[in-house]
Design a protein around this ligand. Structure first.
Ligand code: PMV
Length: 324
């Protein structure tokens, strides 16, 4: 590791899908997420002295680039930095591009500061904690550490209240506490469909928070999503596609009741189900993406494209953040 730091660093982090438990995880219910082999690459370099920090050659405006502005603060960087970002998944797609951006950028910033390099990488736990703080700050404190831990650690992650097998670390925020675990990623492809509508995580999380504050019914829905996630974790470990599909459908219905699905998400799930065991929205909803578990993933992806979505067939369990 050099005391002066690198002049530039090239890093990448994977996108992720939440298989079960989005939104409910914010209230302490379990969730299962997996890194997918669609990566976001970042080149972090020193910018010209006295100039502004930039992203893809445009000045970084903190109002529009919350995540990078918070990442610069968290890394203690006060000199101009030039970020070049290239992503295989669109922003606002519910596929964790903001978490991937934060994690990959932080690793690059630590390399510039001389605190990490290929030979002495930063512990993933340190990065996951920093990335969570950055994402929580950019999302007004409401985020769970699911996305940031998944894209930093890679593989598949189970988030729960209690510690269990595969325990990695615990992250707390105020009175909330999450135990993060590494689990075996289900050995199956997942079909991802993007609606082309951009969801805003903070908006959807706030909407659910208002519903939960007002009604006991919403709290029951949150608990039921937790039950589905517990069953889903077992089905994922067994690689039971039929059962996973049924649970995807149930989880999707519960998220629809919470108000975070959209007509386009419902439509893509419907067309995907003709070639799949089941389908659900993934991530915060309000637009964004859905996933399906299918024995004929290419036909399922084609059906999604025909209905107007973008589609990928992805492998679960990709490697976490790394130097390229
Ligand atoms: O929008 P995404 O893919 O980043 O997913 C957010 C997941 C939520 O459970 C809705 C919020 C969270 O921070 O866990």
């Amino acid at each position: 590791m050099t005391a002066t730091g690198a002049a530039a660093a090239l890093t990448s982090a994977p996108a992720k899908v939440i298989l079960f438990g989005e939104h409910a995880v914010v209230y302490g219910e379990p969730a299962v997420a997996a890194a997918v082999d669609l990566r976001l690459r970042v080149r972090v370099a020193r910018g010209p002295a006295g100039g502004p920090s930039t992203i893809n050659d445009a000045p970084l405006a903190s109002a529009y680039h919350h995540y990078l502005s918070e990442a610069l603060k968290a890394a203690g960087e006060d000199k101009p930095v030039a970020f070049q970002v290239e992503a295989s998944v669109p922003g606002g797609s519910g596929l964790g591009s903001s978490a991937a951006l934060v994690s990959a950028s932080l690793l690059g910033l630590l390399a510039l500061a001389g605190k990490a390099d290929r030979a002495s990488p930063v512990p993933r736990e340190t990065l996951a904690r920093l990335a969570y703080d950055v994402e929580a700050a950019a999302q007004q404190g409401r985020a769970s550490p699911t996305d940031t831990t998944t894209v930093t650690e890679g593989g598949a992650i189970l988030v729960g209240r209690e510690r269990g097998p595969g325990f990695l670390w615990e992250i707390t925020r105020g009175e909330r506490r999450w135990s993060l675990h590494k689990v075996e990623p289900p050995a199956m492809p997942v079909v991802i469909g993007f609606t082309h509508e951009r969801g805003r995580t903070a908006t959807e999380v706030a909407k659910v928070a208002r519903f939960v504050a007002r009604t006991g019914f919403a709290k029951d829905v949150i608990r039921e999503i937790g039950d589905v996630a517990r069953e889903g974790a077992k089905a994922a470990a067994r690689g039971d596609r039929a059962q996973l599909g049924k649970l995807f459908d149930r989880n999707h219905n519960l998220l629809t009741i919470l108000g975070v699905s959209t007509p386009r998400l419902n439509r893509l799930c419907e067309v995907a189900r003709r070639h799949a065991h089941g389908a659900k929205l993934t991530g915060s909803g309000g637009g964004g993406s859905m996933i399906a578990v299918s024995d004929e993933p290419e036909a399922c992806a084609a059906a999604i494209r025909k209905a107007g979505g973008a589609a990928w067939v992805a492998t679960l369990g990709a490697q976490g953040v790394r130097f390229e």
